[in-house]
Design a protein around this ligand. Structure first.
Ligand code: NAD
Length: 500
């Protein structure tokens, strides 16, 4: 936690949302929310006290009593309204997001928009939360299922998509009849709070959506709270593994979407125009390793030339391709990994350290950086860099490239660039990664499907949004029913397990 500066004392405070009211925390622990392009302190975020976290969960528990019985149409209409409010406020939301997170304005709109798609999906909950029925499973017996909400659910989100990821979580949880406690990233909670304000304006009743702020202590309190039934986490592998283990031991349903190292294969017949520097590399689905197969290894100078054309500047500047990374610490980490890459023997083809960014001299900038000759065992390959650093590796054949990717522990996303249907199909069949792009660099599925990262990038069986999340946020209850009409004559008492 950083000590409040004189500016920070004047900066507005981020509120908690408990029982339908935005309230000031009584905590003594605060952290500055800082514009990563300028270091301006935008706000102060509280680290909620244990009493405040308990109050948020209690308000969700109380609200669940009525919310779980609220008709599907009433629930769905709130999300119809919310999608409209998000569209109407898109410009403001994107500007807030860019100010606190750093990504460019068009990319910030993309962040909000990908979340908006989940809100639209939640508005169709009437078609998604359907049970099954089998007629006459025995004489006069029908069996059917109902998908019932769980109770109070919680969401813990990372800094890199402060609009999209909260919107992956609370709309689907609430649309399925649960109540929710959200713990946004303490690095950029402001756009998340604005979305929550819009959600209340759209008609979410008091207590159905609650927000607490904080870091490790708040997360551990959520993992331990007996009244929280399920947790959706998105963030790093280290923290996600901790959350999964701790909350599972407490009997909760948990899904954790975690770190990544996404590889692309470039086959020589591919279209050259692809790079991976959007959002300063701070995307869980960004391509961070490109494997050049055969002749495509000759493309390195073209890739470097293309990367050199990318404009590094504040996210609000027109034409910016690469904004700042989230914090000074994040920048120092990326720079030290670049230094380790050089020491480990990779070839630095393009050096993005210390870029000159006129007008943003204090910003946390790292320019596009490219290494070639990258191999497993080097830190730049083994660690998630989370900055605009592209690692190039080489393979003689497509088979070698597939083997290279399958040997990496992560399974979030991957892509192939080729004009050959046969190569693409082979890749799709043999690659052991949960989300595959064919000439699509960032294959994040739209919400009628589910986000399906795999292996070390995910813990828990069910993903966020899509059909899978309806399963995640509901308990299937199976009812076996026999109704006798008055004329049914008794055939004696059935004491066996068989239905007759
Ligand atoms: P993070 O793991 O540091 O933080 C995520 C959340 O955990 C935050 O709310 C934070 O307050 C909390 N937290 C941090 N340290 C904690 C601790 N020691 N104990 C308990 N809680 C703690 O992640 P981040 O840096 O905010 O986000 C970047 C990471 O998220 C990257 O690894 C990225 O790949 C991953 N990510 C994954 C996906 C996906 O869908 N797989 C999507 C977005 C981001």
């Amino acid at each position: 936690m950083n000590a409040p500066t004189s500016t920070a004392v004047l900066a507005p405070t981020v509120k908690l949302l408990i029982g339908g009211k935005f309230v000031e925390s009584k905590t003594t622990q605060w952290r500055d929310v800082v514009n990563p392009a300028t270091q301006e302190v935008l706000a102060r975020v509280p680290f909620a006290t244990p009493e405040e976290i308990n109050a948020a969960v209690a308000s969700g528990k109380e609200a669940f009593k009525t919310w779980k019985k609220t008709p599907i149409g009433t629930r769905a209409r709130i999300f119809l309204k919310l999608q409209q409010l998000i569209r109407e406020n898109m410009g403001e939301l994107a500007a807030l997001l860019t100010a606190e997170q750093g990504k460019t304005l068009p990319d910030a709109e993309g962040d909000v928009f990908r979340g908006l798609e989940v809100v639209e999906h939640a508005a169709g909950i009437g078609n998604l939360q359907l049970g099954e029925l089998a007629n006459n499973v025995a004489n006069g017996v029908d069996t059917y299922t109902v998908m019932q909400p769980l109770g109070v659910c919680a969401g813990i989100t990372p800094f890199n998509f402060p609009a999209m990821i909260p919107l992956w979580m609370f709309p689907m949880a609430i649309a399925t009849g649960n109540t929710f406690v959200l713990k946004p990233s303490e690095q950029d909670p402001m756009v998340t709070m604005r979305l929550c304000e819009l959600a209340l304006e759209a008609g979410i009743p008091p207590g159905v959506l609650n927000v607490v702020h904080g870091g490790e202590d708040a997360v551990n309190a959520i993992c331990d709270h007996p009244d929280i039934k399920a947790i959706s986490f998105v963030g790093s592998t280290k923290v996600g593994t901790h959350v999964y283990n701790r909350a599972s031991l407490n009997g909760k349903r948990v899904q954790c979407m975690m770190g990544a190292k996404n590889h692309a294969i470039v086959v020589p017949d591919a279209n050259k125009d692809q790079t991976a520097f959007g959002a300063a590399g701070q995307r869980c689905m960004a391509l961070s390793v490109v494997i050049l197969v055969g002749e495509s290894q000759k493309w390195i100078p073209d890739l470097v030339a293309k990367a050199q054309t990318l404009k590094v500047s504040g996210g609000t500047e027109k034409g910016t391709d690469v904004g700042p990374v989230i914090s000074c610490a994040a920048r120092d980490r990326v720079v030290s990994l670049i230094e380790r890459g050089i020491a480990d023997g990779a070839t630095l083809e393009l050096d993005g350290r210390n870029p000159s960014v006129p007008g943003y001299e204090k910003g946390n900038f790292v320019g596009p950086t490219i290494f070639s000759g990258v191999k497993p065992g080097m830190s730049i390959y083994d660690q998630e860099i989370f900055g605009p650093v592209l690692c190039l590796a080489a393979a003689d054949t497509l088979d070698d490239a597939i083997e290279f990717i399958n040997a990496n522990p992560n399974g979030n996303g991957t892509a192939i660039f080729t004009q050959s249907g046969a190569a693409a199909r082979k890749f799709q069949e043999e690659i052991d990664v949960g989300q595959v792009g064919i000439n699509v660099p960032i294959p994040v599925p739209v919400p009628i499907f589910s986000f399906t990262g795999s292996r070390a990038s995910k813990l828990g069986d069910l993903g966020p949004y899509g059909k899978q999340v309806v399963m995640f946020y509901t308990q299937t209850k199976t009812v076996t029913a026999r109704w006798f009409d008055d004329s049914t004559s008794s055939q004696g008492v059935n004491t066996t397990i068989s239905l007759k």
